[in-house]
Design a protein. Structure first.
Length: 306
């Protein structure tokens, strides 16, 4: 089974072009299952695995306290592996055909409102050392809804301030063009003209955002920058980079943007991932309706006696 898992991971890398993180996660899930089969059931061949065995393994992992989302990752890994094994003739039939994915409670993403975002951005002191960089960084996070890894990897040759777009590489090494708003373009121009040249060192690359040592900013450092700005802003919300991505999508939707366009800008492969923002917007609409509509508020029974 281990050899066939290795062949499958090579297939994911070469034929499907999936990210290294996805490959590692899938290999870990399948490797743990193969080790369990060998240790507990003395089964080492893929063709000897059946649905009862898989169900027993999943039940044991669940009983050990593994979350539903982690169980789902294992189930997905097993399903795509055995689909591959079936196509390659390694098994007589796919034992995961009847295996369903566990239901996962979907938590609505946290967001900032537009005034909170404004307060956060305006709290950056552009006169302070690296202030122009930090302002440009936050403006781009909110203006384009980038993932923190996409922001860290953003390069000068992929940034076009005249056109107001940035080309980023997202999950699965897929590239997309994302608009950059006017205020973000202005902040980026100030940083690129006035501050970035002073950060460049002999070994610097073409990443847009550099550290004071001239190296690209890591995702950890970007997280620290956002948290530091949030503390100085006086906002009580728990602010982190991905919160600006959630806020970007929610504000686009609430201002009338089409869900498919938002999906494209976020780089979501599946529209269902983007649809969570419709629930956020529905909650906002209900709250507004409850607050302002004369017949929406709950009244005291005494008020109804007339």
């Amino acid at each position: 089974m281990e050899e066939e898992i290795d062949a499958f991971i090579r297939f994911l890398a070469v034929e499907r072009g999936l990210s290294e993180n996805y490959q590692l996660s899938t290999q870990r899930s399948l490797g743990e299952f193969a080790a369990w089969c060998a240790r507990r059931k003395q089964i080492s061949r893929t063709r000897d695995v059946g649905l009862p065995l898989i169900s027993e393994y999943l039940a044991e992992r669940k009983g050990g306290g593994l979350s539903a989302s982690s169980i789902k990752l294992i189930v997905v890994a097993l399903k795509i592996f055995f689909r591959f094994a079936s196509a390659q003739g390694l098994v007589a039939r796919d034992p995961t055909d009847a295996l369903s994915l566990p239901r996962i409670e979907r938590f609505l993403p946290e967001t900032l409102n537009e005034l909170q975002v404004e307060q956060l951005l305006e709290s950056v002191n552009c006169e302070a050392p690296l202030g122009l960089r930090d302002r440009a960084l936050l403006e781009l996070l909110y203006a384009s809804g980038l993932r923190i890894s996409e922001l860290a990897g953003a390069r000068l040759e992929n940034l076009n301030l005249e056109e107001g777009v940035v080309r980023v590489t997202g999950k699965g090494n897929k590239t997309r063009l994302v608009p950059v708003g006017r205020k973000a373009c202005a902040a980026l121009a100030n940083y690129l003209e006035q501050e970035r040249p002073r950060l460049v060192r002999r070994g610097s690359g073409s990443e847009v955002f550099l550290s004071n040592r001239g190296s690209r900013l890591t995702t950890v450092r970007i997280w620290q920058i956002v948290k530091a700005v949030a503390r100085r802003s006086g906002l009580e919300a728990n602010i982190y980079p991905h919160l600006l991505r959630h806020s970007f999508a929610t504000h686009l939707l609430s201002n009338g943007a089409d869900l498919r366009i938002i999906q494209e800008m976020l780089g979501h492969a599946d529209i269902s991932t983007t649809q969570v923002y419709t629930h956020v917007d529905q909650q906002r609409l209900k709250a507004v309706h409850h607050k302002f509509h004369p017949r929406a508020q709950h009244r005291h029974p005494a008020d109804l006696s007339g």
